[in-house]
Structure formats: structure tokens, C-alpha cells
Design a protein around this ligand. Structure first.
Ligand code: GAF
Length: 400
């Protein structure tokens, strides 16, 4: 394991550390400390912006925010992970598209966007000071951005008594990401960060944001979940993600449905027969079959058949590689090597074009599969991946 998870909440560690960071930064006590995790998506990729189904779980790695109200109308943000002094933004001037004041770093768009989104939704916010620190690996496809958005939203919710539910926090985070940061993501990552529960995967319907917590105690079943960060950095701001969204919208329009979620698995052949563009056919096939795979994994987990989900995960990877074309050689090698070395299943997780893979293995095979993946990457001249075991962990929460 090469990435240390956050120490468990309640140990005093993270909360006390964040209070000390806040005191060192602002010279006063914080009014609270909040945590929101990154995520791994077990299955259901590129389905969320098609109103479809997803099944993420929360990582133990979190973004922590310590915060306090202040008397003026300033949003002050400081990150222990980013170089630079405290950034101060006038709360009433926050607008999407407005140039950042000189010297204010790009990462501040996430907390600023959340404050803007909450105000836009009608919530009354005052000035606030926030200090941030994160253990979520950045740029690894593990939703470090969503963790920052949801931790900020939860902090503002508590500091200003907004009384928001998990889905409302998630919506504010997504709005910030889409409109303020300018990344056209779906809502899966924010919902995972806001609503996941320890020991469970989140079976989420992204159309109405209803969800079920599905127990998945991999370790108790004698299994391990590995995350393999390929080290190939991805960006959802790049054109590939937006292009896939546009294809899906074009597919839904051509088929006369509100979203591709409305094409049932048993209607796939008929739908494909109505499309002439081979690229569009592949994109549609991925989304429809991926929604079916989410349902299949949900049924298998409900039946306690944890091992049987492995081939479904691997089939999902093949679909993302061949039909949706969002994988990359480094991810394909991880999946091929892991499955050849005895993993039960493996797939890329998140938006793709780099980032991480998730691998399901028997506990006793975790070491050897991890080693095989690392050695294969080295032999192919790829970046050395970071491999760590993980476990479905808690969603966003107050630590004090
Ligand atoms: C990224 C996006 F942020 C999500 O909304 C989702 O579309 C995912 O890629 C692909 O499933 O993580």
C-alpha cells in the first residue's frame, strides 16, 4: 500500500490537525471541521450524464475543511497542499466566467464555485474563512475535485445552518464544477462523496438521485479491492469527455428518447438498427449495456455473490475500451495483466483517458496481482503505477 488513508475520524488526529492548521493560518479557532471523500466507481461509467445508473464507493482518503464565519463579506481560502498565501474573494462578486483577482490561484474556483452555487440556489451566506488539506490523490480519476466541492458545501451548510441533504450538497458541487469551474461532469462523483456509507456501494439512479446502500464488505468475503493509479494524468476539461457527452445526446435525439437511459437492454438491437453512424452505435451500445451491468452487479451483491461480479467488471472495461473509447494503453495493460495474474475482475474507473483502475482479487492474490501490474507497466515503459488496497468508506461528515 503506497497511499496512506486518512486516520479514522474520532481518533482526534485529523480534526485536531485541521484545527491547528486553521489557527496557524487565521489566528483564531475554527467553528468546525468537515471531511468529504474521493471515490472509486465500481461499475456504471459514463452513464451519469445519460440519466443512468452508477455504483461508486467512497475512499478512506478525504478532503478536510476547517472553517469559521467572519464579520465581513469575504470568502477566504487557504490550502496546505497548494503553494500561496490566503486567497481573499469578495463573496458578492463571485460569478462564473469572471476573471480571478491577480494572485488568486486556480484551485480556489472549487470553493468559490460552491459558495456561488449555494447563493444562486437562494441560500444566505456570510463571510467565511476556510482552511483545506486533502489526502485524495489529485488527477488520478479519484474525484479530488468533488471531495473539495462537497467538503466546502458541507462546511458552508453547517456554518450557515442551511439544513441541506446529501443530494443538495452534491447538486451544489456539480453546479460549481459545471458552471463555475467549467467542467461538464455528471453528478456521480459529488453524490458518491456526499452520500456513500462505510461498507457499502451506492446504487444510484442519476435521473432522480434516489439511491440504495448495497453492502459490500470485500474483506469479510475474503476479497481485496485494489486501486491502481496509472500515473497518467487525465483532465475532464479536455475535449474527449465533452465529445462523449455530445455523442450521447446526439444518440438520444436520433432515437427520440430524453436520454440513453430510456433505451432498455432488450431494446438495444432495435435501437442500433435505427442508427447509421458506426461511432454513435458504439457509444449507444456502451451506455445501454453499462446500465445493464450496474443492475447485474447490484443483483449479484444482493445475493452475496461477490466473486461473480468480477467478469462483469472486466466486461465493463472492454466496453469502455472498444465501444466508448475512453481507455488508454496504460489502463488496458493494468486490466489485462491483473486478470491474467488471477484477479476476479478489473476495469478502469472514472472518466478515463488515464487515471486509475479498480481490481477485485482474492485476498491471498492481492500481493502477486499488484506486483504483476507494476512489473508489466515497467516492462512496457509506462509510468510506475501506485497500487493500494482500499475499502468502501464513509461519505461526507462533520468531524467536530
Ligand atoms: C467523471 C465525471 F465527473 C463523472 O460525472 C462521470 O461522468 C465519470 O467521469 C464517468 O463515469 O468522473
Amino acid at each position: 500500500m503506497t497511499v496512506a488513508p486518512t486516520p479514522p475520524a474520532g481518533s482526534g488526529g485529523p480534526a485536531a490537525g485541521m484545527a491547528a492548521l486553521f489557527r496557524d493560518t487565521y489566528g483564531t479557532e475554527p467553528h468546525g471541521v468537515w471531511a468529504a471523500p474521493g471515490r472509486v466507481n465500481l461499475i456504471g461509467e459514463h452513464t451519469d450524464y445519460n440519466d443512468g445508473f452508477v455504483m461508486p464507493f467512497a475512499l478512506p482518503h478525504t478532503t478536510l475543511v476547517a472553517g469559521a464565519r467572519r464579520a465581513d463579506r469575504t470568502l477566504a481560502v487557504y490550502s496546505a497542499d497548494q503553494p500561496g498565501p490566503i486567497a481573499e474573494l469578495p463573496l458578492d462578486d463571485l460569478r462564473p466566467g469572471r476573471a480571478r483577482p491577480a494572485g488568486v490561484p486556480a484551485w480556489t474556483a472549487y470553493p468559490a464555485g460552491v459558495a456561488w452555487a449555494l447563493r444562486e440556489a437562494g441560500h444566505d451566506l456570510g463571510g467565511v474563512s476556510l482552511a483545506v488539506r486533502s489526502t485524495v490523490p489529485a488527477g488520478a480519476g479519484l474525484s479530488s475535485s468533488a471531495a473539495l466541492e462537497v467538503a466546502t458545501a458541507l462546511a458552508l451548510d453547517h456554518l450557515f445552518g442551511l439544513g441541506l441533504t446529501g443530494p443538495r450538497l452534491a447538486r451544489a458541487g456539480r453546479r460549481a464544477e459545471n458552471a463555475y469551474v467549467g467542467v461538464p461532469s455528471g453528478i456521480m462523483d459529488q453524490m458518491a462523496s456526499a452520500c456513500c456509507a462505510a461498507g457499502h456501494v451506492l446504487h444510484l439512479d442519476t435521473r432522480d438521485l434516489t439511491f440504495r446502500q448495497v453492502p459490500f464488505e470485500a474483506a469479510a468475503a475474503g476479497l481485496r479491492l485494489l486501486v491502481v493509479d496509472t500515473g497518467v494524468r487525465h483532465s475532464l476539461a479536455d475535449s474527449g469527455y465533452a465529445e462523449r457527452r455530445a455523442s450521447c445526446e446526439a444518440g438520444a435525439e436520433a432515437l427520440g428518447v430524453p436520454a440513453l437511459r430510456d433505451i432498455p437492454a432488450d431494446g438495444l438491437d432495435a435501437a442500433l438498427a435505427r442508427l447509421t453512424d458506426p461511432v454513435l452505435r458504439r457509444r449507444v451500445r456502451h451506455v445501454v449495456t453499462e446500465n445493464a451491468r450496474v443492475a447485474e452487479v447490484a443483483a449479484l451483491l444482493a445475493a452475496g455473490r461477490h466473486r461473480a461480479i468480477g467478469p462483469v467488471l472486466t466486461a465493463g472495461h472492454a466496453s469502455l475500451r472498444d465501444d466508448f473509447e475512453v481507455s488508454c494503453p496504460e489502463l488496458d495493460l493494468v486490466v489485462a495483466t491483473a486478470t491474467a495474474a488471477g484477479a476476479l475482475g478489473a476495469r478502469m474507473t472514472g472518466g478515463g483517458f488515464g487515471g486509475s483502475a479498480v481490481v477485485l482479487v482474492e485476498a491471498e492474490a492481492a500481493e502477486s496481482v499488484g506486483r504483476a501490474v507494476t512489473e508489466a507497466a515497467a516492462a512496457a515503459g509506462h509510468p510506475v503505477p501506485r497500487v493500494f488496497t482500499t475499502t468502501p468508506s464513509a461519505g461526507a461528515r462533520a468531524l467536530t
